[in-house]
Structure formats: C-alpha cells, structure tokens
Write a protein of this length. Structure first.
Length: 413
C-alpha cells in the first residue's frame, strides 16, 4: 500500500511530466527558485545512483516503504497509533507518506520545523519542545491562527501563563499537552502532583485548551538488549501513566498520551493509557540503532531495514591499507559509532576530518577500492546527518526515482 501511495502522490505520471515532488513555495524561496530547483532535480531522476555526484544522501525506497508498513502494522496490532517525529527526516514528502499510511500526526522539535511542515500543507503537528521566548511564543500563536492542528508542550506554570496571554492577544485557543519528565531531568515537569497541578492550571487559563500529556525517555531507546530496554522503557513511563489516571479522575482531557520511540515501539503499548509513539529513526535506521539488539535478534536490531546511506567517492588509494573518500564530518557528522561501509566486511570507516573520510582495511577485507570508485555508508545517526543535506535521492534498485527537498534542513530555532 505504501509503495502505491508513494508513486501516486509524489511521482509524476507520464514520461513528459516532472518526476519530482514540487511543493508550494516555502518561506525564503521564490516560486521561480523552486521551479528552477525542480528542473535541476528532474535531470537526475532516471539515472543510476552511481552516476550521482558525491557526497550525497540516498534513501532506498523499497526499504523505506517496508519500514513504514512494519511500523503501522505493529502499532495497529498493539492498539495504539504512531505520531512520527519529523526531526529525523525534516522532509515533508516523507511526513506525507507517514500520514497517508495511517499516522495520526507528526511531531517536531522546533517551531521552525513546525512552520515548514505547515507551509507544506501538514496540519496535525505536535511540537514536543516548549516555547519559552517571546518570539517563539508569537510564532506558535501564528501557527495556531493558520491551522487548527498545532499542539505544543508546556512544563512550567509560568510558561503556561505566558502562552495564555499570547493566545488571548492573538485571538486563538492554543492546544496544550503537559510534558512530564521521565526521570532524566532534561525537560518536563515531575510526574504526580506537580504535573496534575500544571494540567489543572492549563485547563483553567483563558486561551488554552488541555489536550493531554507526553513523556519521552530518549535514553531508553538505545538501551542494549531487549529485556533491559523493556524494563527501562516501562519503568520510565510508569509515573506518567499514573499521572494520566489522576488527570482523568480530575475530569481533565487525556486524549493524547504520547511517548516512546523507535527503540521501544513494540514495548510502549504495554503502558496503560498510552495513545501513540513518537517514532523517528525507524524510517531510515542507522549504525547506532543496529547495535541495540531486538526481540527477534539479540545481537543486531533488525526490526527495520537500513534505508539511508551516504554515497561517497574514493579520492586517494595509493597508500597501503587505507583509502581516502570525499565524505568526512561535513557529510557524516562525528557521531559514534562511525559509519559502516554497506555490504562490505573487513574494513572500518572514520569521518573525523572535515572534508575527508578514511577507509582502513583489515587482512580479510572483502575488497579494496580504487580512485573514482563509489561506495555507500550506513550513517552513524540519521537525524543530524539528514540536516547536512538539501535534498535526498529516492532510489529504487539502482535508479533514482524521485528527489525530495529536505525543506526543514537547518531549522533549529
């Protein structure tokens, strides 16, 4: 189903049509600039991925679609929904695929990401980070003025009062969820009485409408070993679940109880009252997730396929035991573990240099590269890597089928 949605909604029909998703003009780009980009993108559609200039970002469409399908099948079977986090892909086309496949909405981490998704026609957006500065609060209310589907988090009484004043001034009713700290003390209010009191305050303030709560334990997503990860995930959500019960008993809206992620997508539903999971990396996968192990394979996390790669070219191969590529930190970040050379064994890759990557061969290396050879890298951490690129090439087999703009690239405000 997802594959047909992809082709129908984002690939043109007919040989003479544009084979690229052309969105509405986006803030900062004129219509003419976007048409020019679309023309440039069309020149690359239909070519072999090995003919693309490097470094570039590619996604295997068959694997992407399989990941979308598996997620939706699993959460549907478990009686919850998915609310994918767009901070992973920053790409409205992929967000639309997720919504078309059954997700109840998307999440964003930044107000600027939410603005881009809204400008591309996506209405159901949950911003999981609080807005505390006056400029961000004004922008949040402007988003609310443009559409009814924007919801934002709050974790202090002072912020709730600021949002109330801004919403009243803007003439809107802002949808609010209470962010509950899972125990890491990064964001969120303490579960129990503090969270309940904040929810009751939100429910009484003019211009605000309480929609529920969220609780996200990012550390639980990367706990190695399924059994240990399950204990951590369910334990960190337990206090939030009890808070949700208290909110319901107090007559408050708990229609949204959002949390969890890619590492715990098949665990989180065991938490009573949870409505949806904020999954992100499952669409692409990366080296970090491969190492956590799964319920089916304790050694490697095989629940989802590695769909995202960086294509790179060998620049220097004259020194024994190593080769240099054009994909360093600016193409891969310096996140660990380092990228993995896709499909090969007996070699390691490092991306510590700004412009250059290094392949080091072991005695049993499956091959040795020559200057001009191209290879693919499984990225270390997909979220920051995606943020380095303007576009992503959707590849089926070895053929570029579509070019998608990463429209929210650099949107960190």
């Amino acid at each position: 189903m997802t594959q047909s949605l992809s082709r129908r909604h984002f690939l043109a029909a007919g040989a003479g049509a544009a084979s690229v998703w052309i969105p509405r003009p986006v803030k900062g780009y004129t219509a003419a600039e976007m048409r020019e980009q679309a023309v440039n993108d069309r020149l690359e559609v239909g070519v072999s991925k090995w003919d693309l200039d490097t470094p570039c970002l590619c996604v295997d469409l068959d694997r992407l679609e399989a990941n979308l399908d598996r997620m939706q099948t699993t959460v549907r079977r478990n009686g919850i929904a998915s609310r994918p986090h767009a901070k992973t892909h920053k790409c409205p086309a992929i967000a639309q695929l997720q919504l078309a496949g059954g997700s109840v909405g998307i999440c964003t981490a930044k107000i600027s990401e939410a603005e881009v998704m809204s400008e591309y026609g996506i209405a159901d957006i949950l911003m999981t980070t609080v807005n505390v500065t006056p400029p961000k609060i004004r922008r949040a209310m402007q988003l609310r003025q443009r559409g009814a589907g924007f919801t934002q988090a709050v974790d202090t009484a002072a912020n709730a009062r600021d949002l109330s004043a801004a919403a009243t001034e803007a003439g809107v009713v802002a949808d609010i969820v209470v962010d509950i700290d899972p125990g890491g003390h990064r964001t969120g209010i303490t579960a129990g009485a503090p969270a309940l009191e904040l929810a009751q305050l939100v429910d009484t303030l003019p211009g605000l409408r309480l929609r529920g709560l969220l609780c996200y334990d990012g550390g639980a997503q990367h706990v190695t070993g399924f059994a240990d990860r399950r204990r951590r995930a369910l334990g960190s959500l337990e206090a939030a679940a009890e808070t949700a019960v208290q909110m319901t008993r107090a007559g408050l809206d708990t229609g949204i109880f959002s949390g969890g992620g890619t590492g715990t997508y098949n665990i989180d539903h065991e938490t009573s009252g949870l409505t949806d999971v904020q999954v992100g990396s499952y669409v692409f996968m990366d080296a970090q997730y491969l190492g956590i192990g799964g319920a089916e394979n304790p050694e490697v996390y095989t629940d989802f396929e590695t769909a995202l790669t960086v294509l790179t070219t060998v620049l220097n191969a004259q020194y024994a035991g190593r080769a240099t590529t054009d994909a360093g930190a600016k193409a891969n970040t310096i996140n660990r573990p380092w990228p993995i050379v896709a499909g090969e064994t007996g070699m390691t890759y490092t991306a510590g240099s700004d412009e250059f990557g290094t392949i080091r061969y072991e005695a049993d290396a499956s091959r040795v590269y020559a200057v001009g050879d191209k290879l693919e890298l499984i990225v270390s951490h997909c979220d920051p890597v995606v943020n380095l690129y303007d576009q992503i090439y959707g590849v089926r087999g070895e053929t570029v089928e579509v070019v998608w703009p990463i429209a929210a690239r650099g949107k960190s405000i």
